[in-house]
Design a binder for this molecule. Structure first.
Ligand code: URA
Ligand code: URA
Length: 295
């Protein structure tokens, strides 16, 4: 690459990092610029990606948290999220497709890669205002290649519908894209290990960076710990947290609701969803407000 090109690249990176230091999270990008970036991307000599600011070569720079981001980031989160470039819908769809293809070919956890039937990438609208994050695929999800389709998933689908939404109008993903293997057992689930979570979570970070939902819902202890590095779902739920500048509502996992069958727990999850509906500006009927209250 030519020296002037390198200088331009360095100056651009510096400028983006300065903006990030000032708390800027979005950059308007002209369609012609995106088109130009795509032509660079297509060149094998300069493998730039349009999704995020180009990373400088060599060791990562010392991360300065953006001014607007509270210090609540997950220990698993990358130290320095790149400033997000707003993509046009087509570029966004292409970037998500490319990310899905990378995840589907992933072999980073050899035990999971050899045991899985499918990589469970995520499902829904990549332009959704609302994104749900769970823990990991179970047996049903592994077979179907889609998150939250088993018993817990059917309950999640009902919760989403009760909010007046559908699986197609939200986005649903998991911390882990592969089912945690259970060698020697024909059934049952296990929690992802911290190592597996650390290995897989960059895919989720990229998904969230692309989707840029208005609100995230963390389903259960593992999802919330993966996202914001905090444990204690009973204490955390019902309160707003922040994941890289995005409001995050932790709530109980639907499988927990299935286990306890307690009306009081269902009501807690429902109150959390009412807060979410309010935050994204969904209308709430009196009937909806009253669900799961004791008769
Ligand atoms: N539980 C999860 O956390 N995710 C799924 O996709 C299914 C069950
Ligand atoms: N414990 C968990 O791990 N998740 C829940 O949702 C509730 C209790």
């Amino acid at each position: 690459m030519s020296a002037p090109y390198e200088q331009l690249l360095d100056a651009t990176i510096q400028h983006l990092q300065d903006l990030k230091g000032q708390g800027v999270r979005f950059l308007p990008v002209a369609p012609e610029t995106l088109a130009a970036l795509k032509s660079i991307e297509a060149s094998p000599r300069a493998p730039l990606r349009t999704v995020a600011a180009p990373a400088p070569p060599g060791p990562a720079p010392v991360a300065l948290p953006p001014a607007s981001t509270p210090v609540q980031e997950s220990l698993l989160a990358p130290a320095s999220p790149a400033p997000t470039v707003l993509l046009d819908p087509q570029a966004k769809a292409e970037a998500m497709k490319e990310l899905r293809e990378r995840a589907l070919a992933c072999q980073k956890c050899p035990n999971l890669a050899s045991a899985r039937k499918n990589v469970v990438f995520g499902v829904g609208d990549i332009n959704a205002a609302l994104m749900f994050v769970g823990e990991a695929p179970g047996a049903d999800e592994d077979v179907q290649g889609e998150p939250f389709v088993g018993a817990a998933g059917q309950l999640l689908t009902r919760i989403i519908q009760t909010m007046g939404l559908s699986r197609e109008t939200v986005y649903i993903g998991n911390i882990l894209k592969c089912r945690p293997d259970t060698p020697g057992q024909s059934s049952g689930n296990r929690k992802p290990t911290p190592e597996e979570m650390k290995t897989c979570i960059p895919y989720l970070h990229e998904q969230i960076d692309l989707i840029q939902p208005k609100v995230l819902v963390g389903l259960g202890a593992t999802a919330v710990e993966g996202l914001i590095g905090k444990s204690g779902i009973t204490r955390l739920r019902g309160q707003w947290h922040t994941y890289r500048g995005i409001p995050l509502m932790p709530t109980f996992h639907p499988s927990y609701l299935l286990r306890t069958q307690a009306l009081s727990d269902k009501r807690k999850v429902w109150e959390d969803m009412l807060q979410v509906m309010d935050r994204i500006g969904l209308p709430i009927t009196e009937k909806q407000r009253g669900y799961f209250l004791k008769a």
